[in-house]
Design a protein around this ligand. Structure first.
Ligand code: IFM
Length: 436
């Protein structure tokens, strides 16, 4: 079960989920600082104020990652550290921080994969309308250029935006994420401006021989039952969650009409990328309901094993997604699995160790499915586990632990779980053990 030579093995994190230090070194407030103050918005009333204290502890975390044998680190830049108000000149302290992170990675032989936007919009830009405003796309491109000017000499791999669907749909549609808006017209404007921001940022980043891409969350969408109503519901969910992003990026056309689109926008959005990042966690099952914009609800059929956040564990869905992308989008760029992983109720043993056989099984199954997709001819260049550290899982707070490294939030002690050692072995061997 060897992987192709040069296959990239890494772990991923995102700034707000791990950094903490939310008011240090001139960082401005983000929409997540605001949203976590809304009563009832986050399980347990948790916030990212401290999180894993990665802002201060990144040297030891980088050493940990390198020590495991992982060769790549996918992390995001906090926009409000670079531009506290979302516009204007870059904060030197913000840039210096990420320069130090990159230097540490390179010293330890770890390749940085930088994501420019993982949902922490400067609050000042939300006050001016946020992603439903076209200007935010221009502000994003300006910010991207500032980061690139500072780090472009050593960082080769850039992702513009992580999971724009979650930023638009959860942020402006259901309102379960920051900024907590529930308005479908604004949501659709946010969709377009996130993608436009990606296209404008590509222009800013393109000079200099970089490897550029965007990351989408993609799942197979199946009907909950063979009932034609459920079949139609599944189609609606697939269009709304996936084709709404894949089609404009890869074919230059939206599958539905969006009011915010102006002449020339789709040319920018569909400009070629060097890779597409795919985040895969689960299959989605859709059942028809009479209410709601999509007249569909997502519901896992009974009997499937599920993770802490209720997502069914179905490794072959990863193979299905990768093959679907290859088959449905001729000319598809190379793929990276930029996130895959699971939250389980880990137990810390009396000796302090954390054995997580469910996560090992999850990773094992998904890596076999990934290997199968590669055997079927899909061009996948790397795999990043979500996530290096237990961290702030957005609306779920700290209760959902996705890390391969356990974090004790009382004293910030890190304990690599069994899965961390298992994945490190896979990375060093560039091979997955055969199925049990
Ligand atoms: O924690 C998130 C991450 O920020 C984006 N992708 C999904 C993960 C698990 O929910």
């Amino acid at each position: 079960m060897r992987f192709p030579d040069g296959f990239v093995w890494g772990a991923a994190t995102a700034a707000y989920q791990v950094e903490g230090a939310v008011d240090e070194d001139g960082r401005g407030p983000s929409i997540w600082d605001t949203f976590t103050r809304v009563p009832g918005a986050i399980a347990g009333g948790d916030t990212g104020d401290v999180a894993c204290d990665h802002y201060h502890r990144y040297p030891q975390d980088v050493d940990l990652l390198a020590g495991l044998g992982l060769g790549a680190y996918r992390f995001s830049i906090a926009w409000p550290r670079i531009q506290p108000d979302g516009r204007g000149p870059a904060s030197q302290k913000g840039l210096d921080h990420y320069r130090r992170v990159v230097d540490r990675l390179l010293e330890r032989g770890v390749t940085p994969y930088v994501t420019l936007y993982h949902w922490d919009l400067p609050q000042a830009l939300q006050d001016a309308g946020g992603w439903p405003e076209r200007d935010t796309a221009h502000r994003f491109a300006e910010y991207a250029a500032l980061v690139h000017d500072a780090l472009g000499d050593t960082v080769r791999h850039w992702t513009t935006i992580n999971e724009p669907k979650v930023a638009s749909h959860a942020g402006y549609g259901t309102g379960i994420h920051a900024p907590g808006v529930r308005d479908l017209a604004l949501r659709d404007r946010a969709v377009h401006h996130l993608l436009l921001g990606h296209g404008l940022a590509l222009q800013a980043l393109r000079p200099g021989g970089n490897t550029l891409g965007i990351t989408l969350d993609v799942s197979p969408v199946l009907p909950y039952s063979p009932d034609p109503q459920d079949v139609a519901a599944a189609r609606r969910v697939d269009v709304d969650s996936h084709r709404l992003f894949l089609d404009p990026l890869l074919t230059g056309r939206y599958p539905v009409a969006l009011d915010a689109v102006r002449d020339g926008d789709l040319d920018l959005i569909a400009a070629p990328v060097d890779f597409l990042g795919v985040n895969y966690y689960r299959r989605i099952y859709a059942r028809a309901v009479p209410h709601g914009a999509l007249r569909a609800e997502e519901l896992a059929p009974p009997g499937l094993p599920v993770t802490t956040v209720g997502w069914p564990v179905e490794p072959d869905g990863l193979r299905e997604v990768l093959v679907m992308l290859r088959d449905d989008y001729p000319g598809l760029p190379p793929l990276f699995v930029t996130e895959n992983g699971a939250a389980f109720p880990d137990v810390v043993a009396a000796d302090g160790s954390v054995d997580d056989p469910l996560r090992v099984d999850y990773l094992h199954g998904h890596l076999l499915a990934l290997r199968e997709a590669i055997s079927e001819g899909v061009d996948v260049r790397g795999y990043f586990v979500w996530t290096l550290l237990d961290n702030f899982e957005w609306a779920e707070g700290f209760a959902a632990r996705f890390g391969i490294v356990h974090v004790d939030y009382a004293d910030q002690r890190r304990v690599p779980k069994t899965s961390a050692r298992w994945l490190g072995r896979v990375a060093r061997d560039n091979a997955v053990p055969p199925p049990k």
